[in-house]
Design a protein around this ligand. Structure first.
Ligand code: IVH
Length: 615
């Protein structure tokens, strides 16, 4: 229809709501198992030789693992008819019209082939990603965190014209064809064939005669990958011979004839331009390194926390120093070491004596490495921190109330505590810079709507020390009402499974503070009252079991977290001897190494579902 959202350019429909029709893949798109060390890679190869009684060393093909999105293209009578995302490997989304705009996907090819399926990875070159973000910044649009997200967002546009402008590309790494007819007996021959008929093949693939050759390939690209204009997070190593591949076969989620070697986190050199001192909502003062912007593990990094002043001393770091940085657990930028001190260096950066926000003399706290600003009620940065936390996603989730607006509200004296938010009128927002009437109206509504919230969220929003999202949910389901928690004594709280002495003391401390009680009274006055918690418990199947979730699963981690808890289990963010299972999705990261080291059982989603259904 002419007024269909698909006909509108730049429609505001969110990607999660968009509907592309589903496509059932003719043959499953498997995932890959990962290896993280050269020893493991060698073991994988030697095990194949042993388990399948192979006489000779089988040939391998090494390819760069492109950090993009897997797709499958169907060609009928040499013409492109349908393209779909990988989805869960069985069913994906039909994004044919968007894929047709990508230059490296041929519409048709010269050879006469009735049925061909080509698989590969869609990616956005790093240069195109930087240019896109620059453009987005100029027009005030959404910035993408990394090229992979930019490629994904660009592919899921309802208007193919937007996809066309996004400079996407594809490397093909698989072709499904009647290989007997075409005398294609190996993966390397298939790649050459695809290249010949017009597909874009990554030129860096290599046929290797031994596992040593493959390891050399991995080592070479680990150091050279930064110079490529596309993101790669590892090497895919595949047995070359098709007959051997067939003989070796698949596990429930991945081929046994292939593995992905994941590169260790990238270490990149940059310069410390400044060391800023931040004041958090608890008054803790933390130094942050402001860096010369540098691209590392998929995104541009400009800041790295230095944690505390002991860490500054340990690193012996100061402004102007050249440093090595990496992303810890591939997410949080971390300074590893100083590689070259600034000329005229005056030693390590010294801790400030006074709070950079309110000028109060900083104080140490017994047993802690941080310095604190004791001006809890008057320090603007602490106030802003508490309000920003209050409105954030896992707390009261007040949409649209960004840091900039919070900052203005606090600086103009309109808000001192979270309760003040509920006294604001539309006119108050109109006094702020760059707020139009519609946004002011919207902000007012969002704040009013947030008054009714779940007990878990409400507890989390209070920012009680040592009480995060998980503990808040636990307290909510244990006590059921806010009054029950407020009136609980130390012994009662401390008895709850998983809540120890430190948390219990902190909760008691929170409710005995007059500032907090005043805040709670005022919140109640404005009608901010949490709902009673409902128990969602379904079974005790996972009683006494601790799960660690890692990697990308078919749904959000929160969803799996809830399933585990609803069935009596616990989740933890780090692997230890106490972990019962690591539930691993795609690209699981270093937790797998730890689990392997400790002999903790690793299960995939299918095995998790079986466990739940069969217990
Ligand atoms: S082969 C049956 N080759 O990695 C083998 N995959 O972690 C399946 N990927 O879903 C894939 N570059 O999206 C293969 N050269 C490459 C690849 C590659 C990137 C992705 C692909 C797959 C994921 C598995």
């Amino acid at each position: 229809m002419a007024d269909s959202p698909t006909k509108k350019v730049g429609t505001s429909v969110e990607s999660s709501e968009r509907k592309f029709s589903q496509h059932k893949h003719k043959e499953r798109l498997y995932s890959l198992d990962n290896t993280y060390s050269y020893d493991d890679l060698r073991l994988w190869y030697e095990r194949l030789i042993k388990n399948y009684s192979l006489d000779e060393q089988p040939e391998l093909v090494c390819e760069l693992k492109i950090d993009g999105l897997a797709i499958a293209l169907t060609y009928k009578k040499s013409e492109f008819v349908l393209g779909a995302t990988r989805g869960d490997g069985f069913v994906g989304e039909d994004i044919t019209n968007n894929l047709k705009t990508i230059k490296t996907i041929p519409d048709k090819f010269a050879a006469n082939i009735s049925d061909l399926e080509v698989r590969g990875e869609i990616f956005m070159p790093k240069s195109a990603f930087e240019a896109l973000n620059k453009k987005q910044m100029e027009v005030g649009g959404k910035l993408f965190a990394n090229p992979r997200n930019a490629a994904s967002g660009s592919l899921r546009q309802l208007d193919p014209e937007i996809t066309r402008q996004r400079d996407l590309s594809m490397f093909s790494y698989y072709g499904r064809i009647d290989s007997n007819e075409y005398k294609i007996n190996s993966h390397s021959q298939m790649l050459e064939f695809l290249k010949e008929i017009g597909f874009n093949i990554n030129p860096n693939f290599k046929l290797c005669k031994s596992i040593d050759d493959a390891i050399d390939y991995c080592k070479y690209w680990d150091t050279k990958r930064q110079s490529l204009d596309y993101a790669t997070d590892g090497v895919v190593i595949k047995i070359n011979d098709f007959n051997l591949q067939k003989e070796i076969g698949y596990t429930s989620r991945a081929p046994k004839w292939a593995t992905a070697f994941k590169f260790p986190p990238e270490e990149v050199s940059t310069v410390v331009e400044n060391i800023e001192v931040n004041v958090g909502r608890s008054g803790a003062v933390t130094p942050v390194a402001v860096l010369q912007p540098v691209y590392v593990s998929g995104s541009t990094v400009q800041r790295a926390t230095l944690h505390n002043f002991d860490e500054i001393k340990r690193l012996n770091i100061n402004i102007g120093d050249r440093v090595l940085i990496k992303k810890a657990a591939e997410i949080i930028p971390k300074v590893i070491c100083v590689t070259e001190h600034a000329k005229n260096k005056a030693g390590a950066f010294l801790p400030p004596e006074f709070c950079p926000s309110c000028g109060t003399r900083l104080v140490p706290v017994d047993g802690e490495v941080n310095l604190y600003c004791p001006n809890t009620l008057g320090c603007p940065e602490q106030i802003k921190g508490r309000i920003e936390y209050w409105v954030s996603k896992d707390c009261m989730d007040i949409d649209g109330l960004g840091d900039n607006i919070v900052s203005q509200l606090v600086d103009r004296g309109l808000v001192k505590t979270p309760a003040d938010l509920y006294s604001l009128e539309v006119d108050d927002f109109l006094k702020l810079d760059l707020i139009a009437e519609k946004s002011a109206d919207n902000l007012y509504k969002q704040i009013q709507q947030s008054k009714i919230t779940s007990l878990g969220r409400f507890i989390n929003s209070l920012g009680i020390r040592h009480v995060g999202k998980e503990t808040s949910e636990q307290l909510a389901s244990f006590f059921g009402t806010f009054d029950a928690l407020k009136n609980a004594d130390y012994n009662q709280i401390q008895k709850i499974d998983g809540i120890g002495d430190k948390i219990a003391l902190s909760i008691i401390d929170f409710f005995s503070n007059s500032f907090n009680n005043d805040l709670l009274n005022r919140l109640e006055h404005y009608g901010v009252i949490p709902l009673k918690a409902e128990s969602s418990k379904k079974s005790d199947k996972f009683a006494n079991m601790v799960f660690v979730i890692t990697g990308t699963l078919s749904d959000t981690r929160d969803k799996f977290d809830k399933i585990i808890k609803d069935n009596g289990g616990k989740t933890s963010s780090s692997v230890s001897k106490k972990t019962s299972y690591v539930l691993a999705g795609e690209n699981p990261g270093s937790k797998i190494d730890k689990a392997l080291g400790l002999g903790v059982k690793i299960i995939n989603e299918e095995e998790f579902n079986n466990l739940l259904n069969n217990l």
